[in-house]
Design a protein around this ligand. Sequence first.
Ligand code: SDX
Length: 428
Amino acid sequence: MAKKAELHYDGKVYELPIIEGTENETAIDISKLRQDAGIITLDRGFKNTGSTESAITFLDGEKGILRYRGYSIEDLAENASFLEVAFLLIYGELPNSKELYNFQEEVSKHTLVHEDVRAILDGFPSKSHPMGVLSSLVSSLTAFYPKSLDPNRSAEEVNGTIIRSIAKLPTLAAWSFKNRMRQPVIYPDNSLGYCENFIRMMFSLPTVNYEVNPVITSALNKLLILHADHEQNCSAATVRIVGSSHASLYASISAGIAALWGPLHGGANQAVIEMFEQIKENGGDVNKYVEKAKDKSDPFRLMGFGHRVYKNFDPRAKIIKKAADDVLAQLGVEDPILDIALKLEKVALKDQYFKDRGLYPNVDFYSGIIYRALGIPTDMFTVMFALGRLPGWIAQWKEMRENHEPIGRPRQIYVGENERKYVSINKR
Ligand code: SDX
């Protein structure tokens, strides 16, 4: 028999259906609450509120579990390529060799962007943050592909927009960096793999014969997989709600990039390194900064620590921490920042304040250390996060569209002035 919850309110009893997922997550369905009982719920930051039923990613914050379409993040990070994972997230199954070949071929055909993108890029001052440039350039794709403005076109045309998004983001991301460096842009080379092509567009120059280091390619592949999706996080929820108004996929991704930019979300990977550098410049006293993070009168937070869902170790942080050791060793890089990170983690994990609140290192705590070792500048870190998260955003947008979900429009409780009459200015 279907489970139900009872709400006792104002002398009446309302039965509310219970929904259970395939991993036994349970929700009270309040879809008809306002219509039946005349009341709504209030949940600032949606900490206890589900917005959808999704088959893409499962995570268990208490157990530190993360799976894409049922496959564990550990398994995928160890064995898969990023495009394989992108295919899995977007289309629901791991591709067979023919499907993967076709997907890679399709993506490699669309890596070039319209030459007019360079004119848009030239309009950005060199000090422009690459996330702002990237969000703008992605939105500008609607100008070059006007048919993408209508997401209700055929599944084939929508898939064309999906392929173009996956194919062009590395080019736009690398060009955002070149704009920052005031260096000439490097055009994609379709004979190279996805990660290799991106690294080359980032670091090559017209005057050198740039050889991509396979250690860097392999590390990037793993990092992109680890960032590929994370269910209804802030930026994925943004992509869904923008897409729910039937805005284009490019517009929805552009909005997702903007949401990811915030230092409480994807922007944390840049803020973490800036925090480590601040600690290093101030003598490396990690205890002082742990105390600052606990001090409610001090706005300082331990960036890269804590998570809305994980109240145990973020499984991605564990993988990235090990990868950081491996990459620095393989590249022969000594980074004093890593020592500060390890010391800070050790002190914080023993501290009761952090234990009581279930605050552990998250995906952003160690990722910046690898990006530094790969030669990626700090304000490009969140662009790297966006590159990884793109297939997740696309999968979430596609699922929302295929499920014909309604436009997202939360309610509110009004706490302002009651009705009052206009007063002419000479009487105020
Ligand atoms: C990402 O959602 C996702 O899945 C995101 C993400 C993804 O893959 O998409 O995983 C990527 O965004 C990771 C998070 C990156 N952000 C940071 O590292 C910024 C630092 N972390 C915090 O700002 C915070 O932990 C959040 C924003 C991540 C989560 O905040 P919540 O869930 O709203 O928790 P909260 O702010 O209510 O904190 C609960 C308590 C508070 O103390 P009390 O009021 O209970 O006394 O914990 C404290 C907070 O003050 N706290 C911290 C802290 N994080 C939370 N105290 C010091 N340092 C911190 N980092």
